[in-house]
Design a binder for this molecule. Structure first.
Ligand code: NAD
Ligand code: DAU
Length: 332
């Protein structure tokens, strides 16, 4: 394998993955990205000349996708509409990109017999009770709650069908909540960090008891690379780093690390259909592929992330007012 096509490589996790691949392999990377509001060219700028190339295009446009897939050895498919709150406001781009776009990628890899890794989310499994001793495994039944997670579940089912019916050489991963550099400030952690920088009180949906299972984006990247290189075709791997925390704990930790009172936040209108708890059992990935997360200490990973947003104000500042205005309309 020499040439890798990475869809959505100018977004949060895709760009972290491109950096990871450049630092840990000799692969040449082509990024196919539509450059939606969630993307940034800067996130992949400055990488070694000749190693990374950006093609601006839509994964739902077969004229753009087909020749690129033909010219590469493998595709890692990150491109998606990714924010639950946006999907509640307007599901249409989620259906188009996440379902039709994934279908377009699948048909191209089928035509050209290329290896595909499809990146998905733990949200396809729905949610768990707070006191449930179980965590999600590869055998948990699908039960998505939001238009976003339903569209990702649809794309996962398409991949599984293309493997079984057409022999497409694909793997799937379902990962928990990522944090780290280059995450859009609409998302929970960077929204609260940039709120604190701006002197705005952090906003907690509902009671704040909802639990997310946090993993650093670089650990997600190393897991995806391991699955691409050594995963068994047709298999699904869950990716998680045992990072369960409720939202209240995360907000309090951000406030403490930023030198503010831990009570300096507001409860706001809850998200419709808000999933209560996600938790990943990642034993299959660890045992089969020997993968381990590098960021085992959430507090120090969060401290690094806070520092990154403090040092990259020029990157997020142009989006802050519009992002907060959108939330304010919904009382959030
Ligand atoms: P993101 O919103 O930050 O980035 C998505 C990228 O896809 C952007 O660069 C955007 O321009 C691009 N894109 C969107 N529509 C496109 C289209 N039609 N054609 C080409 N490019 C398009 O998302 P993210 O948080 O980096 O998530 C990346 C992937 O990882 C998604 O598939 C998501 O479901 C999955 N995932 C995310 C998380 C998380 O915590 N963020 C966890 C598990 C899985
Ligand atoms: O689990 C993986 C998923 O994690 C990915 O598939 C999604 O692409 C990614 O966006 C993320 O989904 P969440 O909905 O969990 O992430 P978000 O950052 O939007 O919210 C995290 C939690 O914080 C959730 O319980 C809602 C809450 N929240 C969010 C925002 C933006 C708040 O309490 N306040 C906020 O301002």
């Amino acid at each position: 394998m020499e040439r890798l096509l990475v869809t959505g490589g100018a977004g949060f996790i895709g760009s972290n993955f491109v950096h990871h691949v450049v630092n840990h392999t000799d692969l040449h990377v082509t990024v196919l990205d539509k450059l939606t509001y969630a993307a940034s060219r800067e996130s992949i700028a400055g990488l070694p000349e000749g190693r990374v190339e950006l093609v601006v295009g839509d994964i739902a446009d077969d004229d753009a996708v087909d020749p690129l897939v033909a010219a590469h050895d493998a595709v890692v498919h990150f491109a998606a509409e990714s924010h639950n709150d946006n999907s509640l406001h307007d599901p249409s781009p989620f259906i188009r990109t996440n379902i039709l776009g994934s279908y377009t990628i699948l048909e191209a890899v089928r035509r050209h017999d290329k290896r595909l890794h499809h990146v998905s989310t733990d949200e396809v499994y729905g949610d768990l009770e707070l006191d449930d001793p179980k965590r999600f495994t590869e055998d948990t039944p699908y039960n998505p709650s939001s238009p976003y997670s339903a569209s990702k579940a649809g794309s996962d089912h398409l991949v599984r069908a293309w493997v079984r019916s057409f022999g497409v050489r694909a793997t799937v991963s379902n990962c928990s909540n990522n944090y780290g550099p280059w995450q859009h400030i609409e998302k929970f952690i960077p929204r609260q960090i940039t709120n604190v920088i701006d002197g705005i009180r952090p906003k907690l949906y509902g009671s704040g008891e909802n639990v997310r299972d946090w993993i650093h984006a670089d650990d997600h990247s190393s897991a995806v690379l391991a699955i691409l290189e050594r995963g068994r075709i047709g298999e699904t791997y869950l990716i998680g780093a045992d990072g369960e925390k409720n939202n209240l704990e995360v907000v309090r930790l951000i406030l403490r690390l930023m030198g503010r009172s831990e009570d300096d936040f507001d409860h706001v209108t809850d998200r419709a259909g808000h999933d209560l708890r996600y938790a990943i059992e990642s034993g299959k990935l660890r045992q089969e592929l020997g993968w381990q997360p590098r960021f085992q200490d959430f507090e120090s990973g969060l401290a690094d992330t806070i520092r990154w947003y403090q040092e990259h104000e020029d990157w997020w500042r142009p989006h802050k007012d519009a992002t907060e205005a959108k939330y304010a309309e919904k009382g959030q």
